[in-house]
Design a protein around this ligand. Structure first.
Ligand SMILES: *[C@@H]1O[C@H](CO)[C@@H](O)[C@H](O)[C@H]1NC(C)=O
Ligand SMILES: *[C@@H]1O[C@H](CO)[C@@H](O)[C@H](O)[C@H]1NC(C)=O
Length: 449
């Protein structure tokens, strides 16, 4: 019999739904007294409805009140406006229908209205942030950015200036703060800032990061908030890995790409996945494919709907798949690098697997994530000239891929050592007594009271 009913509602985007779902699975597997209801729009249930999950996690829906995913990509401002105005009411109606009343609402930080719903009903709200704590802190302290004359600005003039006044945050170039603050259209940044304006009135802040990676930022935030902040990351599906470690021999029902990986030398494969391909131009994709082919580096590429075109281009030089089990692939001993757009999800998976990253940040939090990877943690290299020319040419991709995957390269060796360290920190956090594990316990204790 459930004594604690967690009602969780993610912001409708991949980078938000996945980590919240992983959190819910982890919570539910900790105690049979916890029941989790995961609330998504009908459209989203179509995307995630077939996922395997513990019995005490169930799905529920609200009607499709938002523009579809495709429309969303084209009209971000309209989408955020719909998130602000259209979801609160159906969510309340959903709460009214519940047989077991909600004990706690876990809502994405971008649902400004969630604290109002919670306070009207006397239900505590845990605000869930799906990106690094540092990015939260930039959002939260955006008044400082404005006061320092750093918004709005022309990046071509001030992009190299340092944002060095956000409490706990190591100095970051203005060009590396989240892209919504750099766009010419200021409506987007205003909308986004408005959407998180109620966070200080929630009862918990749940972070998808690992305390050890960002403790000065989290400590500084904790001084401002009266309620607990819990870092719970990595919120990736590590619980699906058989031995929690590398996949060494393929089972007979494993997909072909695992058999292919099994036949490759250790650390020799560059895994390539740039998130949703909507965001990479086809000219850039052509340069990436040509560059990787010229480099002679063995690649496993995820290409979604472009898989068959790319397969032709690659011939026998590598493996192209429409989709793969990313975390398992990264944990395979043949994989020695990850060409990534630096989504937070992918970043955490790469750290967990101890795989160095070659970065091509495109938008949102990807630029700051790239900065942390390359400058702070030193577990990756950045493809250059991206901001300047908006296109990385094939020659550069070939050169850097070759150097990056050269196991004898001293810079690469250094980076491998750092990646191993980060992997240990990451795995330590989820072990018994680790920071995320203890935070999870504390959160469960609090909500079960
Ligand atoms: C949350 O934000 C909205 C919009 O800014 C505001 O009207 C409301 O009063 C805020 N709620 C709380 C509890 O402060
Ligand atoms: C994030 O991680 C999940 C696994 O939790 C994976 O299936 C998904 O493709 C990843 N999403 C992105 C945008 O990288």
């Amino acid at each position: 019999m459930a004594t604690c009913h967690v009602v969780a509602m993610p912001y409708p985007g991949r980078g938000h739904v996945n980590p919240m779902m992983n959190l819910c699975k982890i919570l539910a597997s900790r105690s049979s007294h916890i029941l989790v209801t995961f609330v998504v729009t009908e459209e989203w249930l179509g995307f995630i409805g077939s996922e395997t999950k513990p019995d005490n996690v169930r799905f529920s829906t609200i009607p499709n009140v938002l523009p579809s995913e495709l429309v969303r990509a084209a009209d971000m401002v309209g989408f955020l406006e719909a998130v602000r105005t259209k979801m609160e009411e159906p969510f309340e109606r959903f709460l009214d229908r519940l047989e077991t009343p909600a004990t706690v609402i876990v809502a994405d930080t971008f649902f400004n209205w969630a604290v109002d719903v919670g306070s009207r009903r006397n239900i505590p709200v845990a605000s869930f942030w799906a990106m690094p704590a540092s990015v939260f802190s930039i959002f939260y302290h955006f008044d400082l950015v404005v006061q320092n004359g750093h918004f709005p600005v022309e990046l071509s003039e001030k992009g190299e200036e340092l944002v060095d006044y956000v409490p706990g945050l190591s100095p970051i170039r203005l060009a590396d703060i989240p892209t919504i603050f750099n766009m010419k259209d200021k409506r987007l940044s205003h909308k986004a800032l408005h959407l998180i304006s109620n966070v200080s009135k929630s009862q918990y802040l749940l972070l998808s990061s690992i305390l050890e990676l960002e403790s000065p930022v989290v400590d500084a935030l904790q001084l401002k908030f009266q309620f607990p902040i819990y870092s719970l990351g990595p919120l990736i599906p590590y619980f699906n890995l058989e031995h929690g470690n590398s996949h060494t021999t393929a089972c007979h029902d494993d997909p072909d790409y695992f058999k292919w990986l099994d036949s490759q030398p250790q650390n020799s494969v560059l895994y390539v996945s740039l998130g949703s391909f909507l965001s990479v131009s086809s000219t850039q994709m052509d340069e990436i494919v040509a560059g990787l082919l010229n480099s002679g580096v063995r690649c496993l590429m995820v290409a979604r709907d472009k898989a068959s075109t790319l397969k032709e281009a690659c011939g026998n030089a590598g493996m192209v798949v429409p989709w793969c089990d990313q975390l398992k692939v990264l944990c395979h001993s043949s994989v020695g690098g990850f060409l990534t757009h630096c989504g937070w999800n992918s970043t955490m998976e790469s750290i967990f697997a101890g795989v160095p990253m070659l970065t091509l940040p495109l938008m949102l939090d990807q630029a700051p994530n790239c900065k942390f990877i390359v400058e702070d943690w030193k577990i990756g290299w950045k493809l250059k000239n991206w901001e300047i020319e908006n296109l990385v040419p094939r020659e550069e991709i070939a050169d850097i891929a070759r150097a990056f995957m050269d196991l004898e390269n001293p810079k690469r060796k250094e980076m491998m050592k750092r990646s191993e360290k980060m992997k240990e920190i990451c795995r330590g956090a989820i072990q018994k007594g680790g920071s995320s594990e203890s935070n999870l316990d504390a959160f469960i204790k609090n909500i079960s009271k």
